[in-house]
Design a protein around this ligand. Sequence first.
Ligand code: F6P
Length: 319
Amino acid sequence: VKRIAVLTSGGDAPGMNAAIRAVVRKGIYHGLTVYGVERGYEGLIHGEFREMSLGSVADIIHRGGTTLRTARSKEMLTAEGQAAAAAQLRERGIDALIVIGGDGSYRGAQTLAALGIKIVGIPGTIDNDIPGTDLTIGFDTAINTVVEAVSKIRDTATSHERTFLVEVMGRTCGNIALQAGLACGAESILVPEIPFDLDEVVAKLRRGHERGKNHSIILVAEGVGGAYEMGEELRRRSGFETRVTILGHLQRGGNPSALDAVIASAMGGKAVEVLMRGETNQMTAYVNQEVIACPIEAAYGPRPPFNKNLYDLAEQLSI
Ligand code: F6P
């Protein structure tokens, strides 16, 4: 392997820049030519490459988003798009591609692998929903962002004696809601993985109220759906004043936490090592506090079971 390319794909996540920087610098350190591809697979298909230098990734390790920009490419789902993407790489003599993104991004990468391109995936998404890795780049920053936001919401919730439903991202996965909910002491955490009964939530609100609690925070994973309707229904059943805040894309921004920057850097470095060994169809993963490489198929296995123990603990701590 002499020439490699790197792209970011799917939803951006804090720490992606740290991963790009590591790929570029580690690659150049070992004498490789490294190309950055703009706008994910969209840019790949349309030939938006730039040769990266040491300086091209200066001053980005601490910045959120992705300086290569990203896209959710529909074209890459078609055979024509995949063939065009592979041809763009071949034309430039690029033998390997590092894809930083979620599982959809890996599927794109695997179609390129079938066309003879060496590929390595780096898990980057705030959702922490990729099988095979304990952590994805961006998750730690996102949960810290949620905790900070909830602490601000608590100020107004207490002042007005209101119940707040705070909807967090995660697509179909409740990991952000669970970990941020535990970390900020939410009164209830509602996730798609665990069935819940609104009457129980109301009973808990009442118990809290009887103990003198004048406000409550309920963290709702977006995968549960209908936070506004639920807020209204809770008001109707409990009589408490409710408000709904959807945190939305603010969870995707911000400087990466130290943990995300470290994991992202280690994963970027590991991806280059893997390619230099001539391996392909690999992903980097964080397993037992260590960044490793493993076959990319790990990402298509079943999602690790939802952490029910942590969920039960959060419930017990907020009786
Ligand atoms: O996958 C990351 C994520 O932020 C999800 O949590 C969310 O459901 C989705 O992306 C939102 O996507 P978009 O930015 O395309 O609206």
